[in-house]
Structure formats: C-alpha cells, structure tokens
Design a protein. Structure first.
Length: 348
C-alpha cells in the first residue's frame, strides 16, 4: 500500500509554509493595503504593481478542462525544471535517500539530485531504449524515493512501453513514479494523467516549452494527487509564476488548435526528414521517434557534429552518452531549416 506520508520528508510534512498577503484574502474587490505594493502603478507602461495569484487559479481552471484533471491536481512551475527540483526536495533526505534514473535520459533529474547531495541509482535502458522493469525493481531499495521515466524519452525520442510503466506503478509503492511527458503532444499514446486517480504514487510532468512553443516563458506542469500537489505548493516560492506569464498562459490555453496545427506540421517534417536522412550513406541508423527529435547514428558523429557547426547548423552531439555512441540528436525544424541541415549533410 502506498502512503504519501512515508514518502515525504518528515520535516516537510510538518512545515508551516509562508503565508503571503494574497493567501489570507483571495477576493478580487477591495482596497488593497496588505502587500506593501506601489498603489499608483508601475514605472513602465502596463500594470505590474500588484502581486500575482500565488496559486494561479484562473489558468489552472482552464488547464484542468484541457487536460481532464481537477485544478487541485495541478502544479505549475518555472519550467518543468522547478517541478523536478521540488519533487526531489519534498521526498529525498540528503545522504540517505536516493533516486533511480534510466539513462540515457534527461539530464536535470541527476543534476537536481546532485545539487542536494542525493544518491542517483542508474539502470540503463535496453539497446532499443525500453525499460528493464525487472532490473529497475531489483535496484530500487527502501531508500529509493523516486523512479524517473521519461516518455517519450529524451534523447532517444521513443515512447516507453505502457505496460512497463504500469508494471512499475503497480510494484513500486515505497516512493513516487514520475513520468516525464515533455513530448507527449507528439506521441500517439495517451497521457498517464488519465491514471492519476488510480495511482497515488504517480506524478506526471508536462511542459509548455515544446509543442506549445512557449519555452521562453518557462512554464512546466506537474499532475499528481491533491495531497502531493499540496506539498509542492507548500515548498515552492510563493509567487513562482509571475503575473505576465500567467496572463500569457491564459491566452495560450485558448489556442490549443494552433498547438495541434504546429504538431501536425512538425510530424510531417519529421517523416520527411527521416526519409531524406535514410537515403544518406553516412547515416547508419535512425531511431524511432514519438517526439520532435530524431536520434541518428552516423559513421563518425564527432567529426560531423563539428562540420555542421562550421556550416552554422547546430545539433546536439550525444555520442558520449551511454547507448548513444556516434549519435547526434536533431530537433525537427521548419521545412527550410531541415533543408539547410540536409544540404549541409550532403556537403559533408
Ligand atoms: C525539454 C524537456 C523538459 C522541459 O523543461 P522545461 O523546464 O519545462 O523547459 C522536461 N523534460 C524533458 C525530458 C525535456 O526534454
């Protein structure tokens, strides 16, 4: 049986959070003399003088409708990176607890753990970038607080088999299973957010940085049980999402159609780029992708990577990463950008 109180660090469970002025009175009408703001306005045009809603109620309501979750199941942060950091800080006691990651994967899980002196256990993915569930469950010990599953995975781009994730959710009850779905908009599989009510040990991460085209705003989402979201809210900076971002997000949430259109365009380009790349003799393998990246094995990735930089085409060299020998990760660009890449590759 999963019990959140066994997973959260004891002092976090009992911590009294900062109570902001806007916590104590959440009404919109009134004479606001509670937060030491400048009552006249801002020194630049636009009204930025009032503190924003610390719990982002308006955007969460709209987002909840889009994602099919309740607002109480949503945490919004300064990028997914904030959520990654807070999930670790809420659960892991430095020099005692550990997290388990499945390399090759997104770098921030390990960095956030390292910053806080938390051990990182690693169980590599299989050569086709799937999860060795048996090994994962054997490696997790009583101090393992989080298993991170990135699906679709970065840098390999593929979705992780649904049954593997379910198996881990069913069998790991002493900590959280975080499914990072940064690229879910590009995949055909369903999001795990649908299973939040079934699995209290599940946390799903998503982001506005990829399909939605809002990377500069720094906007990440975590979806989990109400109880765990309450913990994240308790330890976040009170005003972690600024007012401008909240306003822009509210507008963006009315434009889901445009996001879907971009996704279609990117998927079409992914297919075209895949085909064109497969015709090149320097390409040894293109890994299957359910995201907006292609991991490509070349005959000599290091040399090619530097040649591409000389041609002012910037890709991500992953050849020093486990299971990614001679691999370059290519983000799907616009048609024109992809043509520029293909032209440079032909020149090589
Ligand atoms: C890009 C990416 C993110 C997004 O991070 P943000 O901080 O929201 O920009 C999260 N997880 C993975 C696996 C990613 O590749």
């Amino acid at each position: 049986m999963f019990s959140l109180s066994n997973v959260i660090r004891p002092h976090i469970l009992t911590l009294t959070p900062y109570a902001s002025a806007r916590d104590e009175y959440s009404g919109k009408e009134g004479t606001f003399l509670d937060a030491n703001e400048n009552p006249y306005g801002s020194v630049i045009s636009g009204n930025y003088n009032r503190y924003p809603d610390p719990y982002q109620a308006a955007v969460k309501e709209k987002l909840g409708e889009i994602k099919g979750v309740r607002p109480a199941q949503i945490f919004l942060g300064n990028g997914s990176d904030e959520a990654i950091d807070l999930v670790i800080r809420a659960t892991c006691e430095p020099q005692k607890d550990n997290i388990l990651i499945l390399p090759p994967t997104y770098g921030m899980y390990k960095v956030c753990a390292d910053v806080q002196n938390i051990e990182v256990k690693q169980v590599p993915l299989t050569p086709d970038f799937q999860v060795d569930t048996k090994k994962v469950l054997e490696t997790a010990d009583k101090h393992t607080k989080i298993i991170w599953i990135c699906s679709p995975n970065n840098p390999s781009g593929n979705i992780i088999e649904r049954n593997a994730i379910l198996h881990i959710l069913d069998n790991f009850k002493t900590g959280l299973v975080v499914v990072d779905e940064a690229y879910i908009d590009f995949a055909t599989e369903d999001s795990f957010t649908k299973l939040l009510d079934t699995y209290p040990n599940l946390v799903v991460l998503q982001t506005f940085s990829k399909a939605w085209g809002l990377a500069a705003l720094r906007l990440g989402m975590a979806f989990a049980s109400d109880e765990f979201i309450k913990i994240l809210n308790k330890i976040k900076y009170p005003y972690n999402l600024n007012g401008v971002t909240q306003k822009l997000l509210y507008a963006a949430l009315g434009k889901e159609n445009k996001k879907d259109k971009y996704v279609k365009q990117i998927l079409k380009e992914r297919k075209r780029l895949h085909k064109k790349l497969s015709e090149l003799s320097i390409v040894k393998h293109i890994y299957p992708s359910d995201s907006n990246q292609l991991l490509v094995k070349f005959t000599d990735a290091n040399a090619l990577f530097h040649f591409l930089i000389e041609q002012k085409v910037i890709t991500r060299n992953r050849s020093n990463v486990i299971l990614c020998e001679d691999c370059i990760r290519i983000s799907i660009g616009t048609q024109k950008e992809n043509d520029t890449l293909l032209k440079a590759l032909k020149k090589y």
